[in-house]
Design a protein around this ligand. Structure first.
Ligand code: C2O
Ligand code: CU
Ligand code: CU
Length: 513
């Protein structure tokens, strides 16, 4: 992890301590008032703002179904003050409500497209009929309504919904068509984890954006952005820059969603404090795992419990390694280091550190205790698999040949037919020079290994998206449990949205065995 900014963080805390401010006065100080940006070398600018918490929407129960009514609408948002930019929102000017639902329920959505353009709404992480998936085939034309319905089979966790428009998922998600989903269930309710939405259980949709000199949101179309994916210099959490969350002392549950188009983040607490990792994409881990950092690529989620019992402010930060050869602490070098991206600064090549969230607790409480076990989660057993499939990700020369197994996404081609109910190993190999987050629809899989090495802590549970590093091969164990449909495909793809849009995506159907 690039450590260039760390000493300054340490200085800052020491400074606060020696000034006698850490315990009391800190929360009342304007965050940048006491140390300039250059002193901290921290990538933030502007005044702190309270973290926006998306409205929680539980829908209504109608004839035994949980029904959500949502509209995709054009909006405006000030990414820097006083300069509005056009956006897309879901019953909001930017992003949308957190949808809350329970495992075992039948849900129905009525989604009205009030935009002047086509859109789709994909339920990321869910097992569901292909016609309800919201991929590129479930187009919602302007003025039309889409009303999919499915049973919630997923374990409790943080999922999300977002645009999956063919070739335009990147710009639509970027301008706001994305939001969180909370699935709850009894297994989790029994544990008594922090679960008061917006109080001790908060979603953090982490996104980076390019803002031009006039303060407007820009979706860059240059060569670098198309090849590496769009990466901005400003971080927004639930749409808030320089976000502050006033918490009660005690445990705070952060549900992290990397909702960025292309940027990877390695999250940690300032001062290298430990966090308790409790969940991956598809729900609770077997047991809490103490971590000092965790990495999420676009599409991935994780949940951590932060201990605010001392009542001292804490800051969640993230380093963002340059996504190129060796980014995961590997062999070093790589295309961005090789001078090919001549217009990038040296600092950017080494990665940089962003402030994500300032947590300011009030009061103090007894130290946080978590249950020693969380969920029954057996180790994945590769001997269950009756066949394997191989997927090779490649970018071609200068990103002009985004492909999987040599094929670029074609809406009219079914690339794989997968029998229902059968355990398979999917081997995902990366032939390119940068890491790709590989995502599969309609399944929660287990990661067996990467080049024979065991998964990291944040990858040990159920996953729907997994990082595949340059020249690496990961092995996934999976099974599609139901929802056969010989005609309507699901997608598998890179979740760097510009790669997806450029065709690093394939289609599969689940067939009756
Ligand atoms: Cu989150 Cu196919 O996407
Ligand atoms: Cu998905
Ligand atoms: Cu990719």
């Amino acid at each position: 992890m690039p450590d260039i900014d760390r000493p300054n963080f340490q200085d800052r805390r020491d400074f606060m301590k020696s000034a006698g401010l850490a315990a009391t006065g800190f929360a009342a100080l304007p965050l940048l008032g006491c140390d300039t940006q250059s002193r901290m070398s921290l990538d933030r600018s502007g005044a702190s703002k309270p973290l926006a918490i998306p409205r929680l929407q539980a829908g209504t129960i109608e004839r035994g179904e949980r029904v959500f009514r949502l509209s995709l609408t054009p909006g405006e948002k000030e990414f820097v003050s006083d300069t509005p930019s056009p956006t897309i929102g879901i019953d909001a000017s930017y992003l949308g409500p957190t949808l809350e639902m329970r495992r075992g329920e039948q849900v129905r959505f009525h989604i009205d497209n009030k935009l002047a353009e086509d859109a789709t709404v994909h339920w990321h992480g869910f097992e569901l009929p292909a016609t309800a998936d919201g991929g590129p085939h479930q187009l919602i034309r302007p003025g039309e309504r889409w009303s999919p319905s499915f049973e919630i089979r997923q374990r409790a966790s943080l999922y999300w919904y977002h645009s999956h428009l063919h070739r335009r998922a990147g710009p639509q998600v970027y301008t706001g068509l994305a939001a969180p989903i909370y699935v709850r269930d009894e297994e989790e309710d029994r544990l008594d984890l922090p679960s008061r939405y917006g109080v001790d259980d908060i979603p953090l949709v982490v996104q980076d954006r390019v803002i031009d000199g006039a303060g407007r949101l820009v979706y860059p179309l240059d060569m670098h952005s198309r090849m590496m994916g769009v990466m901005g210099e400003r971080i927004y959490v639930n749409g808030t820059a320089n976000a502050v969350f006033e918490a009660a002392a005690g445990p705070l549950r952060l549900r992290l969603l990397n909702g960025s188009n292309a940027r990877f983040y390695t999250f940690s607490l300032e001062g290298d404090r430990p966090m308790q990792l409790i969940a991956s994409d598809g729900g609770l881990l077997a047991a809490p795992s103490e971590v000092r950092s965790l990495t999420l690529a676009p599409g991935e989620r994780a949940q951590v419990i932060v201990d605010l019992s001392e009542g001292r402010p804490l800051r969640l930060i993230a380093s963002s390694p340059a996504n190129a050869m060796g980014m995961m602490g590997g062999q070093g070098g790589g295309m961005m280091g090789g001078g090919m991206m001549g217009n990038r600064t040296g600092r950017e090549r080494q990665g940089r550190t962003f402030s994500i969230l300032d947590m300011r607790p009030s009061g103090s409480s007894t130290p946080v205790m978590l249950p020693p076990t969380l969920a029954a989660l057996a180790a994945p057993d590769p001997s269950l698999a009756v066949r394997s499939r191989r997927f090779v990700l490649d970018m071609g020369m200068m990103g002009r040949g985004m492909s999987i197994n040599g094929q670029t996404m074609d809406m009219d081609v079914i690339n794989q037919r997968v029998p229902v109910g059968q355990w398979e190993i999917w081997e995902i190999a990366n032939a390119s020079m940068m890491a790709h987050p590989f995502h599969i629809h309609n399944v929660q899989f287990r990661l067996l290994d990467r080049d024979g090495r065991p998964p990291r802590a944040e990858e040990a549970g159920f996953k729907d998206t997994v990082i595949v590093n340059p020249r690496e091969q990961v092995r996934l164990l999976l099974r599609f449990e139901e929802n056969t449909d010989p005609d309507t495909p699901y997608m598998y793809h890179c979740h760097i949205l510009e790669h997806e849009d450029a065709g690093m995506m394939g289609q599969f159907v689940v067939t009756a065995s």
